[in-house]
Design a protein around this ligand. Structure first.
Ligand code: UT7
Length: 329
């Protein structure tokens, strides 16, 4: 009998309607459209503005799109894995809140916190559940409301991030399509370059932490940039080598959308031309765990069965990784 693989069989996505453009940011901090575009590739990002709306409220419509397209009920879902660094609350897990809002009463779920690599960590975890034969329908969703932890007085970070959610359905397959291999890495010594100081057990919320603006994402951009360029390119090249693949075998690179210059470096290292690289950073910015599934969502209709696709990410932690997927439909 053929080995069971975990096939991505559908994609859904959601971005809020409100746009925050570079020109809007020019009015908020000392920056300009030209700097942001040339240094990052970003022109605008989406922001979830409505009061009372959280990360789960973006994940839910992304998953509902999958249910609609696949003619499934929420009760058909076995498991929901949510990659996020902006959970609705510290606990319960956002996956539990998503299940409740969907009516996915047969699903268990949990969150994975691996920052911008969260979707790859979650996809690899979901893949193992499918490959084991234990579960048949696993939803992997990457969702982040970065605007909740971005300091809109800090020009180093506020120009980069946006809000959004993307989800995939994983199902068993025996026809050699699906998630073929994954290399995941982490190095906690990089935590000092990209983190949120307060709000956890180390520095619980207090008047002092609020006054010191410690409940916002802090990034030393240049340091992260250096590690990201090398980390994402190295792990992608290693994945190709390990599987005896070259750039010619790859139909698409789906890179985490943090900075166009990091994306270009990774594509060059893999020997890929620009036409093979999914890029939507100009309109959504860096949506952390949502960037990769939002690309798959946008490109879904252009993908063909059997296409070799490499997903690659680098993010806070540090965490990074690359995943080889043979497209199933
Ligand atoms: O997704 C998770 C992982 N994160 C990443 O991969 C992000 C990696 N880092 C980056 O993408 C880039 O480092 C940034 C986009 C964050 C910053 O770009 P950079 O080219 O590394 O700029 P920099 O921090 O080295 O700053 C260069 C100059 C500085 O001015 P001086 O010291 O040369 O006079 C900054 O003060 O640009 C200045 N600057 C800005 N100017 C206008 C910094 N931010 C801005 C801004 N607008 N928003």
């Amino acid at each position: 009998m053929n080995k069971i693989t975990a096939a991505i069989t559908c994609v859904g996505g959601y971005v809020p309607e409100t746009k925050l453009t570079n020109f809007d940011l020019e009015k908020m901090v000392d920056t300009n459209d030209e700097w942001i575009r040339t240094r990052t590739g970003i022109s605008e990002r989406r922001i979830l503005r409505e009061p009372g709306k959280a990360t789960s409220d973006m994940a839910v419509p992304a998953i509902q799109e999958i249910l609609r397209k696949k003619n499934l009920q929420a009760t058909d879902i076995d498991c929901i894995i949510c990659a996020t660094v902006t959970p609705d609350m510290v606990f319960p897990a956002t996956a539990n809140l998503i299940s409740d809002k969907l009516g996915a009463t047969n699903a268990f779920g949990f969150d994975i916190g691996a920052a911008c690599s969260g979707f790859l960590y979650a996809l690899t975890t979901g893949t193992a559940f499918i490959e084991s034969g234990r579960y048949k329908k696993v939803i992997v969703v990457g969702a982040d409301k970065m605007s909740a932890i971005v300091d809109y007085t800090d020009r180093n970070t506020c120009i980069i991030f946006g809000d959004g959610a993307g989800a995939v359905l994983l199902e068993p397959s025996t026809d050699d399509c699906g998630v073929k291999d994954s290399l995941l890495k982490s190095d906690g010594s990089g935590s000092k370059f990209l983190y949120m100081k307060a709000g956890g057990s180390l520095n619980p919320a207090s008047m002092e932490t609020v006054m010191a603006r410690e409940h916002y994402a802090h990034q030393e951009g240049q340091s992260v940039f250096k590690f990201a360029v090398k980390g994402m390119a190295d792990v992608s090249a290693e994945l190709l080598d390990k599987n005896n693949l070259t750039g010619d075998d790859i139909a698409w690179l789906v890179p985490h959308q943090a900075n166009l210059r990091i994306i270009d470096a990774t594509a060059n290292r893999m020997g890929l031309t620009k036409e093979k690289v999914m890029i939507n950073i100009h309109k959504y910015g860096n949506t952390t765990a949502a960037t990769i599934p939002l690309c798959l969502w946008e490109w879904e209709n252009r993908l063909n069965q059997g296409d070799n696709i490499v997903l690659a990410a680098f993010g806070g932690g540090f965490t990074w990784g690359a995943t080889w997927v043979k497209w199933a439909y």
